[in-house]
Ligand binder design. Structure first.
Ligand code: CBF
Length: 823
């Protein structure tokens, strides 16, 4: 599948490893102004980072020349979020110099791991969507697909989560406070981004009516590049992140009037655009600043795309042959009217030609079916901020609806459902409808999810454009999510089947026969235990709690959301607690249940569930009867670098969302790839994971998506389960009565009420008993370690499909129509 795996000798020569130590010392002095004799880890981390980065710049320039020389079609991945985490180990891994670097750093008196810990995560995203974007950049460049990520360089990334008295508290993530050695700021490049003003008509020299956008307030966009080395470094690309700078003209008039403070206020306000990432995962807050951020990204990016394109082309007519733009969800969908505006108002094209170019350039990925996540913007707001775009959107809609009306004459309800403008409850622009109409391809991110798009959420569109909506199942990069995060297992795999797996994950299938080999199983189990020991030390440092690596590590790490059902997991923990209390000598499989995840700051119920987890943990961990058999912890501030420690150590991966609600999931892939067994519902990519690993190697339970839908239609009564299941009743009563919050008895009433009195929208009550049964099967299997390890191997061995290399190739061939550049 993949074309790049072995590090070429030429590339290694560029790295000049024999000079690396001197370069680190040189950078300590020249760039950081530090004395190399000082043993400050942070300085050494920075000096190392600069020394590593400078080795890639030449390769990056060569890659850019390759792109130009071959006139290759380029992919632009537009995303409001990227979640790269830390860069150092990723660079070293993809450069293939981890071991050499470890030795060099040791000669300087450090371990590589301790320097790695000095790096602050780049948390420029909320969760799955942003991390997927980062995995895709890795896979694009590792497979020589010419492309770039375009996003925003937020000063404050996803908030830092602390747990204080069991509650989530948010602190700002000032991740660039000490500088970021990976950023290459392009001080000499500035693009003007316009806002507000009005759209004016005029006649051009041929007497045609034209539009121009005037009286605008302008902000400048400055790019900052972060290099993205492909595995083996045959190509090095970059993501280009924009920062807002005040416009010089904007300030001048105020300065000239002597209004210094007014001018500075304008400067500060305009620079605010890129200050902070919105911390909501799948919930539209509808703030003007967010729409500004979206347009800021889009406007700056398109100026850059067209600048690059026009270096080699004289006419924009061939844009779709040279440029593919992927919209990562609807967040950058304002790009569609923006390109129309540029083509018509700036480059003088007529509507039809411009529209044809536009719809052949864009593709849109949908990542959610949750109604609260589907973006709509009030027409008033959009029209005020981007008046010309609003006009264009109206015109797109008018023409589109004309077509729909011709195909479905008299079907006015369909017209109102499909309209880009929602009329009820005040006019709003439906960004998903705009993105579908303006793109040549729309994709969901797992087979089930895409099917739900075709038959549910976007059914009208699927009937109108039967070939537009398709599936590309997500994937994760095996470089970061196995090779880098799990050296113990990677080593074993490479010793057993050779190194090609990291560029061709299907190769892992060669592990299948080894699952029957007891020596291999022992080695596999040792690698897992080593990872569990490392994690135990981390947990001790992080939450001052000892956990036993010989217990079953049961993990649920993901954003906190009611549909992801961390609460169901807690209900299982409480049930286990009760069973042990009822029968302290019962033969119970010892478990350590670990949770992690951030809740959106305004998401009350999710934050209350965090509190509940912590209170249940307090009770369980303090109970002498339970000691040694059940332990619970919530690890604060889940982020990429924490995931890299958690994922390799998991025995059991909890993927228990209400069926039909998780678009895909990618955590499910990372855990299984690292040999965890999944307990999960038939939701998102779990369905395909089951198909790959085999139903006998995964614990599937609960309602299926169509059953959830059917129950919602026909009426669902959660109390029925409460009344018929004594164990469930006891759990619910404990939560509701304040057993876990003796000082504040009513604390968890909202949790109780959501299930008992407010309809249990996420159907936890219905899935409780099947979940308990699946967990019992987990317990039984874990006691048979030989069988457990066998299944663990078979899980990893069958995860080849879930490499982001495969996903990206599907996009490249089926959507972007680009081929990898030959080397
Ligand atoms: O497709 C990537 C991921 O995106 C989400 O995180 C999202 O933000 N919409 C979904 O919730 C995940 O299911 C999905 O894997």
């Amino acid at each position: 599948m993949s074309r790049v795996c072995k590090m070429s000798k030429n590339v290694r020569e560029v790295f000049r490893l024999d000079e690396l130590k001197d370069d680190i010392r040189r950078n300590m002095v020249a760039l950081l102004g530090n004395d190399p004799r000082s043993k400050r880890k942070f300085s050494y981390y920075n000096a190392l980072a600069y020394s590593v980065r400078e080795r890639l710049v030449d390769l990056w320039m060569r890659t850019q020349s390759d792109y130009y020389d071959s006139m290759a079609k380029r992919v632009y991945y537009l995303s409001m979020e990227f979640l790269p985490g830390r860069f150092l180990m990723n660079y070293l891994t993809n450069m293939g110099i981890v071991d050499e670097c470890r030795e060099i750093v040791a000669e300087l008196g450090f371990s590589l791991e301790e320097l790695e810990e000095e790096e602050w995560d780049a948390g420029l995203g909320n969760g799955g969507l942003g991390r997927l974007a980062s995995c895709y950049l890795d896979s694009m460049v590792s497979q020589n697909i010419p492309g770039y990520g375009y996003g925003i360089l937020y000063d404050y990334g996803i908030f830092y989560q602390s747990i204080v008295n069991g509650n989530q508290e948010e602190r700002c993530d000032n991740w660039r406070r000490h500088g970021c050695p990976w950023e290459i700021t392009r001080l000499d490049t500035l693009y003007e981004v316009k806002f507000y003003g009005r759209s004016e008509t005029y006649y051009d020299s041929d007497g045609n009516v034209r539009f121009r956008w005037v009286d605008t307030e302008n902000v400048m966009a400055m790019p900052c590049d972060i290099l993205i080395p492909g595995y083996g470094c045959s190509h090095v690309s970059n993501m280009r992140l924009w920062t807002a700078q005040s416009s010089r003209e904007f300030n001048l008039s105020d300065f000239n009037r002597g209004d210094y403070i007014g001018a500075m206020h304008g400067k500060v306000m305009s620079e605010n655009i890129t200050k902070v990432l919105y911390p909501n995962d799948q919930f539209l807050q509808g703030m003007e600043l967010r729409l500004k951020q979206q347009y800021f990204l889009v406007s700056a990016t398109f100026q850059d795309i067209l600048r690059r394109y026009l270096k080699q082309h004289t006419s924009l007519a061939a844009l779709p042959e040279a440029v593919a733009v992927q919209l990562n969800d609807t967040h950058p969908a304002i790009a569609i009217p923006e390109l129309m505006r540029l083509l018509m108002d700036v480059y003088g094209m007529g509507w039809d030609v411009a529209w044809d170019i536009c719809t052949r350039t864009f593709a849109y990925t949908n990542h959610t079916v949750l109604p609260e996540a589907l973006e709509t913007w009030p027409v008033d707001l959009l029209g005020r901020l981007l008046p010309r775009h609003m006009q264009i959107i109206y015109e797109i809609n008018r023409r589109f609806l004309e077509g729909v009306a011709a195909t479905f004459p008299g079907d006015t309800e369909r017209l109102s459902r499909m309209s880009v403008i929602q009329e009820e409850g005040g006019q709003r622009v439906r960004m998903a409808n705009l993105a579908i109409v303006g793109s040549h391809t729309v994709n969901g991110v797992a087979a089930l999810h895409s099917n739900i798009l075709q038959t549910g959420l976007f059914r009208d569109f699927h009937e109108y454009y039967p070939r537009k909506i398709r599936n590309v199942t997500n994937g994760v990069t095996p470089r970061r999510w196995l090779m880098q995060c799990n050296p113990a297992l990677s080593r074993l795999i490479t010793q057993s089947i050779g190194p090609e797996w990291c560029c061709n994950l299907e190769k892992l299938r060669e592990l299948v026969p080894l699952a029957e080999d007891s020596a291999f199983r022992d080695a596999w189990a040792r690698a897992k235990l080593e990872n569990k020991r490392l994690l135990s030390r981390y947990v001790l440092r992080k939450v001052q709690m000892g956990i036993n690596p010989n217990t079953l590590f049961d993990m649920q790490f993901k954003r906190m959301h009611e549909y992801k059902r961390q609460l169901l997991n807690v209900m299982h923990v409480i049930s286990l607690f009760n069973r042990i209390k009822d029968n302290p000598s019962a033969d119970i499989t010892p478990r350590t249940v670990l949770f992690g995840g951030k809740a959106a700051p305004g998401y009350y119920q999710a934050k209350l569930i965090i509190r509940l987890i912590n209170e249940v943990a307090r009770v369980v961990n303090a109970d002498a009867d339970v000691a040694g058999r059940l332990r619970v912890a919530f690890l604060p501030n889940y982020c990429i670098s924490q995931a890299e420690k958690v994922v390799p150590a998991a025995d059991l991966s909890e993927q228990i969302s209400t069926a039909g609600m998780e678009a895909s999931g990618t955590g499910n892939m990372k855990f299984a790839l690292n040999g965890a067994l999944t307990i999960g519902t038939l939701d998102g990519a779990n369905v395909e994971i089951m198909e790959e690993v085999g139903a006998e190697n995964i614990f599937i339970f609960g309602l299926k998506a169509h059953e959830v839908a059917e129950k919602r239609r026909s009426g669902y009564n959660p109390r029925e389960f409460y009344e018929n299941d004594a164990e469930l009743r006891r759990v619910m009563d404990m939560i509701g009565s304040g057993f876990f919050s003796p000082d504040e008895r009513g604390l968890f009433s909202p949790v109780y009420d959501s299930l008992m009195h407010h309809g249990d929208y996420y159907m936890l009550m219905a899935d409780y008993r099947p979940y308990m049964e699946a967990q019992a099967a987990v317990d039984a299997l874990y006691l048979d370690q030989d069988q457990w390890v066998r299944k663990s191997i078979l899980n990893a061995a069958n995860m080849g499909k879930f490499s982001s290399d495969r996903s990206v190739m599907e996009y490249a061939r089926g959507i972007w129509h680009v081929e990898p550049l030959g080397k």
